[in-house]
Design a protein around this ligand. Structure first.
Ligand code: NAD
Length: 405
């Protein structure tokens, strides 16, 4: 496709997403007069989707200069990358990057000397730390796995600048991780395979926010869902929600589809591949591509072939295992990522957190911060307002009662 056609398609997709993310526009309107990010250089590593373009255009409209790379080598939507590039964003990303290209693109973003870093998974933050990049005032992090890495840096007193863990805002993980990823993960699997979900036996590994969403959407489409967990409390939650709860070894030879949502590595390994049913489908919704041991799958099998992009068949002792998206996030590589309505709240958190850092970085320490409660509540109220939903307020008497003992 010609560049002009890509740009035009990207622009229309941006407009479509923006029309479902109205709260971002409200935040722009509230801040644009003072151009709060004027002259500030931002470096972002995010999945380059139409929803992300709404955040990026907002950041530009508030005055910043943006360098952008992808948070995953396979998740770039090229029309969006072309459109953002036409709007002056320095885009270092394309679909199907090799690992080397992916890391080179991260380092291009850092070479532009950004002052605030926004990341999804913390590859950019970790690179900035390893290379001791100077001049960074602060950063934000989008996802559970990225925050875990930053917390590890903080614990070892190695964090070099303050970071706001956007994932942990209520208006982020309760909706994006759960309802957004729940829907888009099933959509990714269906889009790539077109298999009927009704009647299938699906194993969901991990019953955190993502796992809860995935299990509920799989059940809603008629699947029999088994949950695999390591946390006893989460296991009870899944049990009381009516799911079958088992150890992975108890169901490994019975299930039709496995979906990993743990943020852990080696959840599905060679010992499991060897026992799986003929025709089993493997998908991952966690951030990194290490939840399914894909390297071992390649070693253990012969006569592998690709049915279509991101749907690969592995022959193992006469049985077929179908792997989606080479073990990378199925909702972003195999589909379009999370829906704009939930990304409106996630990216409102990003936008307001970036504004917060630009105004408050001098007072902040080298710590992983929660999104300030005021911001979280503001986003919830804005979202309700855009839905046209009004809720009650505590009376003075009730407020007093809540404070009494
Ligand atoms: N695909 C997306 O769009 C998307 C969106 C949000 C988060 N994520 C990613 O999804 C992953 C999960 O995120 P979350 O917010 O649900 O995290 P979470 O911490 O809420 O849940 C993870 C769950 O997995 C369980 N677990 C860990 N190791 C396990 C194992 N070996 N077997 C079974 N269960 C195990 C944990 O006990 C926990 O309950 C992370 O990598 C996160 O970054 C992806």
């Amino acid at each position: 496709m010609r560049t002009s056609e890509l740009i035009s398609r990207g622009k229309k997709s941006w407009e479509w997403a923006a029309s479902h993310m109205a709260i971002i526009n409200t935040i722009i309107s509230e801040n644009i007069a003072e151009s709060p990010l004027k002259g500030l250089k931002l470096g972002l590593s995010l999945h380059i989707t139409k929803e992300t373009s709404v955040l990026i255009i907002a950041l530009i409209r508030l005055g910043s200069k943006v360098s952008l790379c992808s948070a995953n080598p396979l998740s770039v939507q090229e029309d969006i990358a072309a459109f953002l590039s036409s709007r002056g964003v320095k885009v270092y990303a394309w679909k199907d990057e090799t690992k080397k290209e992916y890391f080179n693109n991260l380092s291009h973003v850092l070479s532009d000397r950004p002052q605030i870093l926004t990341d999804d998974g913390s590859d950019l933050h970790v690179m900035a730390h390893n290379e001791k990049i100077l001049g960074i005032l602060g950063g934000t992090e989008e996802t559970t796995s990225g925050i875990a890495r930053l917390k590890a840096l903080e614990k070892d007193a190695k964090l070099l600048y303050p970071v706001i863990g956007v994932n942990n805002a209520n208006t982020k993980h309760l909706f994006d991780n759960r309802y957004g990823t729940g829907q888009s993960t099933l959509y990714g699997i269906i889009r790539l395979t077109n298999v009927l979900i009704a009647g299938k036996h699906i194993v969901v590994c991990g019953y955190g926010y993502v796992g809860k969403g995935v299990a509920s959407r799989a059940r809603g489409l008629g699947a029999n869902v088994t949950v695999v967990e390591v946390d006893p409390v989460k296991a009870i939650e899944a049990y009381m929600e009516g799911y079958d709860v088992k150890r992975i070894n108890q169901v490994v030879d019975m299930a039709d589809i496995f979906i990993t949502c743990t943020g852990q590595k080696n959840v599905i390994t060679a010992q499991h591949f060897r026992r799986m049913k003929n025709g089993v489908i493997l998908a991952n919704a966690g951030h990194f591509d290490n939840e399914i041991d894909v390297k071992k799958l390649c070693v253990e099998t012969d006569k592998n072939y690709t049915i279509k992009p991101y749907l690969d068949c592995f022959n193992i002792h006469g049985r077929k295992i179908y792997l989606l998206c080479r073990g990378r996030v199925v909702n972003l590589v195999g589909a379009e990522g999370n829906p704009p309505e939930v990304m409106a709240m996630s990216f409102a958190n990003q936008l307001l957190s970036i504004l917060y850092i630009s105004r408050n970085h001098r007072k902040m320490q080298k710590k992983v911060y929660l999104v300030p409660e005021k911001i979280d509540l503001k986003i919830a109220n804005l979202f309700l307002k855009h839905l046209g939903i009004k809720i009650d307020k505590l009376t003075q008497l009730q407020r007093k009662y809540a404070r009494s003992y």
